[in-house]
Design a protein around this ligand. Structure first.
Ligand code: SF4
Length: 330
């Protein structure tokens, strides 16, 4: 198998500013993957609109802002195809064709659908469009015949549905058009939010890549630590402390040391948090420094988006043509 044999597609919904979870949970992984694979990275603006349609300006604002974060994180347009979903019209064409043959039951039973209806309680997502969310995602993936899809665990049902749609289409039109795409689960440990809940914009519990040093310090000092550690002299239980889980991700070189100073009660939580906060500030300010180059170079950014659109469209157009031929509608 040649090194570029895996074709990878992943996407992110532009619904606001990115946070540390996006960096370690997705972007760092994408950066590694682009070395040995053919990668397509997509801003899923149609998907974002499905939940943000009441206030859609956040989608277009975040599209450019997030793209700048991708580039600052090291996504390289010379290695990867970076594009905006709505600019490649074939996504909606394929979505329409898939809609015709996707049984309603598959979508109604999809566990992520029920979960999202509960989670996005501040949005009205009881819509026709939102039910079809995974069908559009299947179109994203299959349009490029991606065989690997880096996603978080929460996306597994969408991958399963993608495979089911692919099989149904291949079987129905008697042509092996689509592959059997597999999820590529991100290995990095899951980063919880500052309040120990899932890190999410709607919980307002994340360290954002755009945060100032002062705001990072405040956020980290407010984190809940080991509830059993009350006095400085009490030994702590790092495994039950979210601050320590941040050490595991961002300060690996001091993880052992921190474990000891906590369990031996050598350092207090305030000092432990200060050390973490300063490390995060360094990481974030480095990222912000890299962002500057792209915020100043609007033309360069537009060129990347245009290139990405042209390159993605070539693949997309070919796949769509192949399917339409097999269906006899071309
Ligand atoms: Fe958590 Fe650090 Fe306090 Fe231990 S010393 S409980 S790891 S904040």
């Amino acid at each position: 198998m040649s090194s570029k044999d895996s074709r990878i597609l992943s996407g992110m919904r532009p619904t606001g500013k990115l946070h540390l979870g996006h960096l370690v949970g997705a972007l760092d992984n994408w950066v590694r993957l682009q070395e040995d694979n053919q990668c397509f990275f997509m801003v899923a603006d149609w998907h974002a609109l499905m939940s943000e349609y009441e206030c859609p300006s956040v989608v277009s604002e975040s599209t450019f802002d997030n793209l700048i974060d991708w580039l600052a994180a090291g996504i390289d347009p010379a290695k990867s195809i970076i594009f905006i979903q709505s600019e490649v019209k074939e996504h909606l064409d394929l979505y329409m064709l898939f809609s015709c043959l996707t049984p309603l039951g598959w979508l109604e039973r999809c566990p992520t659908y029920k979960e999202q209806l509960r989670q996005l309680s501040d949005r009205n997502v009881k819509t026709y469009g939102f039910l079809g969310y995974p069908v559009l995602q299947a179109a994203d993936i299959l349009l490029y015949k991606a065989n690997k899809v880096p996603v978080g665990e929460d996306q597994l049902p969408h991958l399963e549905l993608t495979r089911e749609i692919a099989r149904r289409v291949n079987g129905m039109y008697k042509k092996d058009i689509f592959p059997d795409p597999q999820a590529l689960l991100t290995e990095s440990p899951r980063l919880l939010g500052l309040d120990n809940r899932k890190m999410s914009k709607s919980f307002n519990n994340s360290v954002n890549l755009s945060d100032t040093a002062d705001s990072v310090r405040k956020k980290i000092q407010n984190m809940i630590t080991d509830p059993k550690r009350i006095k400085l002299g009490d030994p702590g239980h790092p495994k039950e402390c979210n601050v320590f889980s941040y050490y595991k991700v961002f300060l690996r070189q001091r993880e052992k040391e921190a474990f000891t100073w906590c369990t031996d009660a050598q350092k207090g939580c305030i000092e432990c948090k200060t050390i973490l906060a300063e490390a995060l500030i360094e990481k974030i300010s480095l990222h912000q420094e890299k962002r500057k180059k792209w915020t100043k170079d609007k033309a360069g950014l537009e060129q990347i988006i245009k290139d990405g659109r042209l390159r993605a469209s070539q693949f997309a157009g070919q796949t769509l043509k192949e399917l339409k031929q097999a269906m006899g509608i071309l």
